[in-house]
Design a protein around this ligand. Sequence first.
Ligand code: BDR
Ligand code: CA
Length: 317
Amino acid sequence: THRIIIDCDPGHDDMAAILLAAWHPSIQLEAITTVCGNAPLSHTTNNALRIVDAFGLNVPVYAGAEAPLLHRYAFPAEFHGPSGLDSAGEDLPPASSAAQRQHAVEAIIERVEAAPGEITLVVIGPMTNLALALALRPSLAQTIKQVVFMGGSATEGNVTAAAEFNIWADAEAARMVFRSGVKLVMFGLNATHQTLMRRQDVAAIRAARAGSNPVADIMDFYCGTYYNFAGADKPGAPMHDPCAIAWLIDPTIFELVERPGEVLVGADGGYGQTLIDMRPQDAAHDTRIKNLAVAVKADAQRFAALVTQALSWAAGR
Ligand code: BDR
Ligand code: CA
């Protein structure tokens, strides 16, 4: 089993990632930490609590960074709605529980140090919390088992031609993380654009519960905004964030390569780009720094089956 903390900004695909982790027996979800990203921190924290409460997950939620280190931007309401978790029909009920009093950054440090080498941090929002944790405690780079994250791209961006949203939202934080030496496993757009929530998947989730079905309604909203953006002819909407969890559950769903990488923070349209050095090199003579494994290929069918099963389970709860 994998002991994990999910650091997130829910977020529709964040919700799918949390539910996938909660559903699968090989994942032990020990905490959820939130960050400003898809929506303001108050919203992403509230959304995490609504998810935990609605599905009876019994996982503590810690609120983290309220703003990126340097970057300021407008929240991407066109994808996740103003709440960060808008629904095409019914919403999840209001949260009945509250966030923990401890700050997310302190919780990450405390929990990782209590179990050196055992905790996987799954980062599926901007990397602000992890950067702050590494600033307070650089040794965390060695005590964290690994950081599995959704962000960046080895090919095209989404928020700009070059940059993916999570990295772009706090590129300075991501650069700190990339340079820390922590073991990184990257699920960027080049891989997550292969993993879709298709129309038949939403239909299966809807069929899992007759009558009110907020899980299916929330996925309908997400797919709808994606089709508005990318075209209704698309076979589905990318399920970015669950990739990180799906890989922990079944690494054979993805093909990974080890490559050096850097996060660009300069101007000229490159802000927030992950520059992955894809040049082949003889492994024995390759002296470039490599603490990064990059997903390059996904088995779309098996991925969709896993996520659809998890969301159908949640819908039925
Ligand atoms: C990432 O940005 C957010 O919109 C999603 O939740 C995902 O983490 C995709 O670029
Ligand atoms: Ca996210």
